[in-house]
Design a protein around this ligand. Structure first.
Ligand SMILES: O=C(CO)[C@H](O)[C@H](O)COP(=O)(O)O
Length: 226
């Protein structure tokens, strides 16, 4: 997993994206250490009088938003104006997400937003996607989906928890297969193949969803519109 970026770079990206949130906006709150900087910055702005409502993408982002005093809503109550979320790898407008196993809810929220802003540090950028693709699966479908992934040329690996024995269980009660495919020549095709496998809840390929990518560094932020 590409986790090598500096916290200063992540913070610069998260805070720059948070600055774009307009008064009255409904904001999709992403998951991970970079999105957390955006949530904290939005929290500071709410504290200073910004009228904004957050739609969390995970248990983690909900907890943080609560701590920061951001009013929250569910997706069946509001529509999202802008979502701000991190990524494990970015190539143009295509992403691999799901390092925090939150990609199913992240995709629902990010794809529903009028604008989806990706926040990342330079270590996440790539010419082509090659990061293993997290695939959330129903527990009963673990082995059938793994066989399907192998048939697609991938190498599935059940994600294991670091601080408990056994697998990672997602916020939705499912398992995650991290599927290495090497360089992904046609992300859209692979995304369709994974989506159509019975038992797949969601995968971490976000193809063509990003409206802008904020890449932070110690020296500032570059914004790309794919
Ligand atoms: O997709 C994600 C969680 O499911 C995260 O956004 C992704 O893993 C990036 O995390 P970080 O900003 O901590 O590097």
């Amino acid at each position: 997993m590409k986790q090598g970026g500096s916290d200063a770079a992540k913070r610069a990206a998260g805070e720059a994206a948070a600055e774009t949130v307009e008064d009255g906006a409904v904001v999709g709150l992403g998951t991970g250490s970079t999105a957390a900087h955006a949530i904290r910055a939005i929290g500071r702005r709410v504290d200073a009088g910004l009228d904004a409502v957050g739609v969390p993408t995970s248990f983690q982002s909900r907890e943080l938003a609560r701590e920061e005093g951001i009013p929250l809503a569910d997706l069946d109550e509001v529509s999202v104006d802008v979502a701000i979320d991190g990524a494990d790898e970015v190539a143009g407008g295509d992403l691999v997400k799901g390092g925090g196993a939150a990609h199913a809810r992240e995709k629902v929220v990010d794809a529903s937003a009028d604008r989806f802003l990706v926040v990342a540090d330079p270590t996440k950028e790539a010419e082509a996607l090659s990061h293993p693709v997290p695939v959330e699966v129903l527990p009963a479908a673990r082995s059938t989906v793994a066989e399907r992934v192998e048939a697609l040329g991938g190498d599935p690996d059940l994600r294991r928890a670091e601080r408990k024995d056994g697998p990672v269980v997602t916020d939705n009660g499912n398992l995650v297969l991290d599927c290495a495919f090497g360089e992904i020549a046609d992300p859209e095709r692979l995304a369709t193949a994974l989506s159509t496998a019975p038992g797949v809840v969601e995968h971490g390929l976000f193809v063509g969803l990003a409206d802008a990518v904020y890449v932070g560094s110690e020296d500032g932020v570059t914004v790309r519109e794919p």
